[in-house]
Design a binder for this molecule. Structure first.
Ligand code: GLN
Length: 547
């Protein structure tokens, strides 16, 4: 039966709870334990699928097709454990389950209340898969004291009592602000946030204290005394140059030891941190640098493309170079020449996106990369735009476009080279979508197989003939145009196993031009860079040598 670590936050948000959880997961693995990480989010959206990337950052998609919080991406990148649908839940999902049960009459006419009905629903969620791993790490979103977070805090408090003694611990992240005027680190906010936790019945076992300045031993002892924890369990967390140093840094400060001590696991198995030493070495000692442009719409909020940014970093690590990413707003050159905006980059990446805004600029970016022979990686919408560009400018379909942008009834502006898919095959069953489906959850979502064309560049890069990658989209490239496009050199290098859905296109006579309908960035890890990203950065390095 799994031991549980509940991770909460106090004082302010954005302290890096997700990173601390992910790093702890990696450290427990390094000591030979199996782990699973979970995120419980207090917001009322049922899932983040329909939340704006501006507000919420990227939607992370799991193999089993859940649209989840981007923290699950961190978890996967640090532990390599593929997240599942059941690793992320929101208040919205919990309440909707409870209300559904109430409507069905499952509660036999009882009055439905937050305690025990909502808290029970949360506890049931926590238990899923508890027999599969040694440690379950559960992060509660938001900060202690938030109104909407209360049912989660109450549920984990109850949960720790339902379980035998010593099977659950609480780890709390706080901030120690520094007052320059007096040259002091202040512990009061931490004391207050621990009080807040205690007032709802939770006594933290471990305090992780974020600080921009070294925390003197004296202060650690003070925090320990006032917050009722052991002084070895006050773990400093300082700012790092790279997030991938977090496992080593937390290990140095004794986090994993403190966690094992709190569970009474002794003697603690020795950690093997080779993987993280190699990762840190590659991050800290690059032998060169390349400039990559990400041409997109949500460029103001970098979190919207979190996994892509990370996957590029991993690609850089594979080649021992630093990847400098510049975000280019595609709307800037919808009506003018793209060249002044894109010249000088060693590679261009057009990421996924929704809606028409900015797409003409992305089409121009694909054209620029094709004509100038600059490495191009088009992801999802980025592949669709590359196909539209090829259809318009090479295959003579002047009005080529996507059905996604033709929403005005009776007014067809585009020849739909990219069209709305109504049914498809997943594994061995048929999925159907009706015109009046809800906005959420109507996409081709999660892992799908693809067969790669023999002799294609992607088959060589992957080193295999069949792959499995994650999807999140409504529209597909129409095979109607395959022949015309292939005649011009745009090879359909990856197809769904039934041959109906184009998964990858590549320009055969271009140094590196690949469009993929899926999201390879979701599966890249610092210790196992995704082959497409590793090779894309390799191609960028080659371009940088030419100029
Ligand atoms: N909007 C496009 C579609 O739904 C692309 C989606 C994406 O890039 N994730 O097919």
């Amino acid at each position: 039966m799994a031991r549980y670590v509940f991770i909460t936050g106090g004082v302010v948000s954005s302290l890096g709870k997700g990173l601390a959880s992910a790093a702890l997961g990696a450290l427990l693995q390094a000591r030979g334990f199996s782990v699973r990480l979970r995120k419980l989010d207090p917001y009322l959206n049922v899932d983040p699928g329909t939340m704006s990337p501006f507000e919420h950052g990227e939607v992370f998609v799991t193999d089993d097709g859940a649209e989840t919080d981007l923290d699950l991406g961190h978890y996967e990148r640090f532990t390599g454990v593929p997240a599942r649908k059941t690793d992320s839940v929101s208040s919205g999902r919990i309440y909707s389950n409870v209300l559904e049960k109430e409507r069905r009459g499952d509660y036999l006419g009882k009055t439905i209340q937050v305690v025990p009905h909502v808290t029970n629903e949360i506890k049931e969620f926590l238990k899923i898969g508890e027999d599969e791993v040694d440690f379950m790490l559960c992060e509660i979103g938001g900060t202690v004291g938030d109104i909407e977070g209360l049912p989660f805090f109450e549920a984990i408090r109850q949960f720790s009592h339902d379980k035998p003694r010593g099977q659950c611990i609480f780890m709390h992240l706080t901030l120690l602000p520094y007052l320059a005027a007096s040259g002091e680190l202040k512990t009061k906010p931490t004391q207050h946030s621990v009080k807040e936790l205690q007032s709802i019945g939770i006594a933290p076992d471990i305090l992780v204290c974020r600080s921009e300045h070294p925390i003197p031993q004296k202060e650690r002892e003070k925090i320990a005394l006032f917050c009722n924890v052991r002084s070895e369990s006050v773990v400093p967390a300082y700012d790092l140059k790279s997030i991938y140093e977090a496992p080593l840094a937390y290990h140095r400060e004794g986090l994993d030891q403190a966690v094992l001590d709190a569970f009474g696991i002794s003697p603690a198995p020795r950690p093997n941190l080779d993987r993280w030493h190699d990762v840190a070495d590659r991050i800290n000692n690059p032998e060169g640098e390349v400039n990559v442009a990400i041409v997109g719409k949500y460029v103001q909020l970098e979190d919207a493309y979190k996994s892509i940014k990370e996957a590029l970093t991993h690609g850089g690590m594979a080649n021992r170079v630093k990847v400098k990413v510049e975000w280019v707003d595609s709307e800037l050159f919808e009506r003018e020449d793209a060249a002044p905006h894109l010249e000088g980059f060693h590679a261009i990446l057009v990421p996924g996106g929704f809606g028409e805004r900015g797409t003409e600029g992305k089409i121009k970016a694909a054209q620029f990369a094709r004509e100038r022979r600059i490495p191009y990686l088009g992801i999802c919408l980025g592949m669709q735009m590359a196909v539209i560009e090829a259809a318009r400018n090479v295959a003579g379909v002047a009005t080529a476009g996507s059905e996604e942008f033709d929403h005005e009834a009776g007014k067809k502006r585009f020849e739909p080279v990219v069209y709305h898919l109504k049914e498809w095959i997943q594994g061995n069953h048929k999925v159907e979508r009706k015109a009046d489906d809800d906005k959420g959850g109507t996409m081709r979502l999660g892992a799908y197989d693809a067969a790669l064309t023999e002799g294609s560049r992607v088959a060589e890069i992957y080193g295999t003939a069949s792959i499995e990658e994650r999807h999140r989209h409504r529209y597909e490239v129409d095979t109607k145009y395959r022949e015309a496009l292939e005649a011009q050199g745009l090879c359909f290098a990856g197809m769904s196993p039934d041959g109906r859905l184009p998964e990858i296109v590549e320009w055969s006579d271009h140094p590196w031009f690949i469009g993929v309908q899926f999201h390879p960035e979701l599966k890249s890890k610092p210790f196992a860079p995704h082959p497409l990203f590793a090779d894309f950065v390799r191609a960028a390095v080659e371009t940088s040598r030419l100029v």
